[in-house]
Design a protein around this ligand. Structure first.
Ligand code: COA
Length: 523
């Protein structure tokens, strides 16, 4: 419908504007100065590093949104293909506060490291950073140590780590090359030392200079910290690609054979998704636009499981880019006991056949009320949460619309560690709807006042409700939640198939093994 499309296009224009802020980094002044020094910007480095014409799946581009820090948090992270190998890439943005790491930078890099670990990817760090953001050091210094721990643990798991050092990498930052399996340093640019000349002077009185303390030549010829000395940035990228080419990397699963594009054009998703989340939409229509069409190797787009039971949750089997997936998608919003029981069985089936799962959110949560409590809604919801928590096949989550209350948990929200979680601009996530939340607070406050024998201040109540409603509304919107790293990015619904296809390919770096061990179920 035209009004759906118009509303979504407006939201996508807002999304583009926010992404542009991340791409702009420190802005024209700092980017210009960086280029004038003959250096490349982080996204230019990545573009040269990845295989020509391959996609780069950027992660958490809105990290730090709504905070005092620049959108994107002074680092670019994502998955790119280098010499045919899917690698987790991080690149400091030296145009934002000298590439210093603020609390959001650290969280974003932790998330990237988690993705590398769960999917067993090699990591390439493109280093040029002023180290810790000094004014906020108290929030990063202690937790930040995990960054170096993660690098060496990755190496121990035989997931190679490669550092290409383009500039400053001082103090704690020196441990990024220090902990990496392979280090490449750019001549006359890389500076890797625990303490720069002023600090050394203060500590020991010794006079020194950048080159003798931590220059690339010194590390390549004298300390042995640099494995390769690069002539310039392009040479460092070339060497980095050669290192990956020699990793002898094998994926756990072979790539699938040919597949058909969806029977329905993904572009029409924009007509399908209503601006008002109260308006229901049929997730089977979304599935038809995301999944492979019918072909000789795919007899049906979607084989629905238990279509007549628990009908407000749609479950079934499909293929996406030739890879089998099980899908759980909310239909009418509310989850009842039947839906929870059906989901539990379906998750067990997927584990039995080692099939990855895709969760498509549009839920207002589990049903409340006497009838449902007496019918065991809590124990059934708990069964569903038990199943998804203990399931060991990879999970992918897309928040299409509402994601409220324990529905967020049962549908594999962020806290349940899906391998990847993306959000559409139409999404909203909170403990409950803003009006309901403000209403609950009002009822509780009114009862408390009555209990104290006081008269309830109706005017103050109206003001409180309006304030709470507005702030919860703001905090349930995608940019805010993405800023807090509660997803891996807000995406255009039309890109969802491609994004999920990349994710499904990435998870094939590790064997997919379902479990038969769940917590104790209370049927
Ligand atoms: N924390 C907070 N802000 C920092 C920072 C840090 N670690 N490092 C740099 N910045 C800020 C600068 O204050 C400057 O801000 P401004 O432009 O608003 O005045 C901006 O980032 C750019 O720094 P500048 O020195 O102009 O950039 P540069 O490219 O010439 O040099 C560095 C970059 C990183 C080499 C240099 O800033 C530096 O040595 N920083 C301190 C490094 C350090 O010792 N860190 C301790 C780590 S634990």
């Amino acid at each position: 419908m035209a009004d759906h499309r118009t509303a979504m296009l407006e939201k996508l224009a807002d999304l583009d504007a926010e992404h542009a802020k991340a791409v702009a980094g420190g802005g024209e002044k700092y980017a210009g100065r960086h280029h004038a020094r003959g250096k490349l910007l982080p996204r230019e480095r990545i573009e040269l590093l990845v295989d020509e014409g391959s996609a780069f799946l950027e992660l958490s581009p809105l990290a730090g949104w709504g905070s005092d820090f620049t959108v994107g948090a002074s680092v670019v992270t994502g998955i790119g293909v280098v010499e045919g190998v899917e690698c987790l890439i991080t690149a400091n943005d030296p145009t934002v506060k000298g590439g210093a790491s603020n609390p959001w930078t650290v969280r974003k890099i932790f998330r990237a490291a988690q993705i590398a670990e769960e999917n067993g990817l090699p990591t390439i760090s493109l280093v040029e950073s002023g180290g810790a953001d000094l004014p906020t050091q108290k929030e990063i210094f202690i937790p930040g140590g995990k960054l170096f721990r993660d690098l060496t643990r990755a190496s121990a798991r035989k997931e190679p780590t490669i550092a290409l050092v383009f500039g400053n990498s001082t103090a704690g930052g020196a441990y990024v090359p220090g902990m990496s399996d392979y280090t490449v340093m750019v001549k006359e640019q890389a500076k890797v030392f625990l303490g720069g000349p002023p600090l050394v002077k203060m500590a020991t009185g010794e006079e020194s200079d950048d080159e003798s303390l931590g220059g690339a030549e010194m590390h390549a010829r004298t300390s042995g910290l640099a494995d390769y000395l690069a002539e310039d940035e392009l040479d460092a990228i070339r060497i980095g690609r050669r290192i990956v080419a020699r990793l002898n990397w094998q994926k756990a699963t072979a790539a699938p054979s040919a597949y058909a594009e969806p029977d329905e054009d993904p572009d029409s998703l924009l007509d399908l998704i209503p601006a008002d989340l109260k308006e229901p939409f049929d997730p089977r229509e979304v599935i038809r636009r995301l999944c492979d069409g019918v072909s000789p190797t795919n007899g049906a787009v979607f084989d629905e499981f238990k279509p007549l039971y628990g009908t407000s949750l749609v479950t079934g089997w499909a293929k996406l880019h030739g890879r089998p997936i099980g899908i759980l998608a909310n239909a009418q919003g509310v989850l009842f006991s039947e839906e929870a029981q059906k989901a539990t069985q379906f998750v067990q089936l997927a584990n039995q056949t080692d099939t990855p799962l895709l969760f498509l959110h549009n839920t207002t949560g589990y049903m409340v009320g006497k009838e449902y409590e007496q019918g065991g809604i809590i124990k059934h919801g708990a069964m569903m949460i038990n199943a998804i928590s203990n399931s060991t096949v990879p999970h992918l989550t897309v928040i299409m619309g509402a994601s409220y209350g324990a529905g967020n948990y049962g549908m594999n929200g962020r806290a349940y560690d899906p391998r990847f979680l993306f959000t559409w601009p139409s999404a909203k996530s909170a403990v409950m709807g803003p009006a309901q939340l403000a209403g609950v607070l009002s009822i509780v406050a009114r009862a408390a006042a009555e209990g104290r024998g006081q008269e309830y201040d109706e005017e103050a109540d109206a003001g409180m409700r309006a304030f709470i409603e507005a702030s919860v509304e703001e905090q349930s919107l995608p940019f805010f939640l993405s800023g807090m790293l509660y997803d891996d990015g807000v995406i255009d619904p039309r890109d969802t198939r491609t994004v999920l296809g990349i994710c499904l390919s990435v998870i094939e770096n590790k064997p997919i093994v379902g479990t038969d061990r769940f917590g104790v179920f209370r049927p």
